[in-house]
Design a protein around this ligand. Structure first.
Ligand code: G3P
Length: 219
């Protein structure tokens, strides 16, 4: 399973990208607003930092306007993947942009039928929102598992991008459910890398190392 980071804050992207683990970045209108930056400027900066697949979401709601906006956003960088909502207009735009050779990420997916439609409309990625499904008392990871199973049975190449990931256990569950990609918030990456036994173990090694002749504690 590949890792994307789910943020438009470039400081967060730089920090996690330095670990060498990122294959892309996802943004959405809320995350762009939270970054306080101009949409085009921040997407182009992110594309320069990470490369890979950088999802940038259209904000138009009707198909013709979505297609126009999708073509414009895709021209910002070869790394841009156009993110489209899972609506009839979004499917229509997905088919048109796919036929143009533009990669797409169909977002706000909450059911297997929706995921099957997006795949047939040519989506490169489908984004089921695990956390938001959990929020209404259903099982977000089971949704990811079912979408992946249906895609494998149907020989569908659309990649399952687990989104709305809220904690490290979601990441593990998404991987075991067969997700191709998980898009993970900065906070969850920090939670994933940290383990108290790693911290205590390293502390012990460094203390022992300092005891050798002429040794000093590393700052
Ligand atoms: O990028 C879309 C998705 O990951 C949103 O997550 O936590 O707002 O449900 P969340």
């Amino acid at each position: 399973m590949e890792f994307f980071i789910d943020t438009a804050i470039t400081e967060e992207i730089r920090e996690i990208n330095a670990w060498g683990v990122l294959a892309g970045v996802t943004t959405n209108p809320s995350l762009i607003v939270a970054s306080g930056r101009d949409f085009r400027e921040v997407v182009q900066e992110i594309a320069g930092l990470v490369g890979g697949a950088i999802s940038a979401e259209v904000t138009a709601l009707d198909a013709e306007a979505m297609i126009r906006e999708g073509r414009e956003v895709a021209a910002w960088s070869d790394h841009v993947v156009v993110k489209l909502p899972l609506t009839p207009a979004g499917l229509q735009a997905c088919r048109a942009l796919t036929d143009d050779g533009i990669r797409t990420n169909v977002t706000l997916c909450f059911s297997v039928p929706q995921a099957l439609l997006a795949a047939r409309a040519g989506a490169t990625y489908i984004s089921p929102f695990a956390g938001r499904v959990d929020d209404i008392g259903w099982d977000g990871i089971d949704l990811i598992r079912q979408i992946k199973e249906a895609y494998v049975l149907g020989g569908i190449e659309t990649k399952v991008l687990a989104a709305s990931i809220r904690h490290p256990t979601h990441v593990v569950q998404a991987a075991l459910a067969g997700a191709d990609v998980a898009t993970i918030p900065y906070k969850v990456f920090r939670q994933m890398v940290t383990h108290p036994l790693t911290t205590a173990g390293l502390d012990g090694f460094m203390k022992d190392w300092a005891k050798r002749a002429g040794g000093e504690v590393q700052k």
